[in-house]
Design a protein around this ligand. Sequence first.
Ligand SMILES: Cc1cc2nc3c(=O)[nH]c(=O)nc-3n(C[C@H](O)[C@H](O)[C@H](O)COP(=O)(O)OP(=O)(O)OC[C@H]3O[C@@H](n4cnc5c(N)ncnc54)[C@H](O)[C@@H]3O)c2cc1C
Length: 291
Amino acid sequence: MFVTLPEFEYHRPQTVSAALDLLDQYGGGATVMAGGTDLLVDMRYRIRVPEHVIDLKGIEELGKLTFQPGEGLVIGATVTLNRLLEYDAVQSRFGALHDALEDMCDDQVRNRATLAGNLCTASPAADCAPPLLVFDAKVEVASPAGRRMVDLPDLFTGVKETSLGTDEMVTAVHVPEPPPDVQSRYLKGKRSSEDCAIVGVAALVARWDDPRDRVVRLAYSSVAPTPVRVYDVERIFRQDKPWGDLVEEAVSAALNRVSPISDVRSSKEYRVHLIDVLTRLALRELLGGRR
Ligand SMILES: Cc1cc2nc3c(=O)[nH]c(=O)nc-3n(C[C@H](O)[C@H](O)[C@H](O)COP(=O)(O)OP(=O)(O)OC[C@H]3O[C@@H](n4cnc5c(N)ncnc54)[C@H](O)[C@@H]3O)c2cc1C
């Protein structure tokens, strides 16, 4: 085990364009850092050894956090998990995201760690990913060529791999305003209070009473090389069938879509069991007496 960090040059730009200039200048030898709670651990273990670290926390623009009715949430790339956890609109309208934030890391880590960093790490176990997948989030990406919006599923390309180029960085995460009667939850199976997910399930339900108009979405962490949304369940829940039949079909669709493995946190078999149990539990909690 290495006790110290490898040597690197530290940069603290004050604007997005200055950060992009540094990325352009140093190419693959540079990496951006938000809270550093993933990056510095990887550097200490020599999993990543960048020559240049570009700290984004000095860039004022990236600290914005807003909610506008009709537009939704805009979460700047340096907004910490604790700031988000305390934000009224997250508590009142984005329940699954609030659940995930409450149940991840510890208070000290949440004071540094960011939502953008959680997504850009692209861990299969990233807790913020399933809630943001069910809320149809997009990431705003900047490069010397300009800015573009990327649908969240297209950010994740593999275990700890993203579609971002070496000259690109995420500037914000955009989450559209959900329908007024939306309810959502994130449930996390884990070994201890500060552990990563064995399985995480985000569920969202809106307009339940009319089957043709019904919206039900499910997304998972720790069940495949990337966080996944199971689009098949959306069609399943638009059928006019008894609740029990719909849930059986949804659990089967989820199990068909995922590819869980055995690792230090769980066996593959236990993950399959948790996908089944947590999916049923999340839907039951959301629908209560309405079904
Ligand atoms: C004790 C501990 C407990 C933890 N518990 C959990 C947990 O329960 N659940 C969980 O999901 N995670 C957990 N984590 C992991 C980590 O805290 C989170 O993933 C956190 O949100 C990462 O955010 P950060 O700002 O610190 O990212 P950083 O470490 O700064 O960056 C992470 C990666 O993203 C890249 N990056 C960061 N910002 C950008 C950007 N704007 N554009 C492009 N690339 C970017 C970096 O280059 C790096 O590769 C834990 C970590 C620790 C140390």
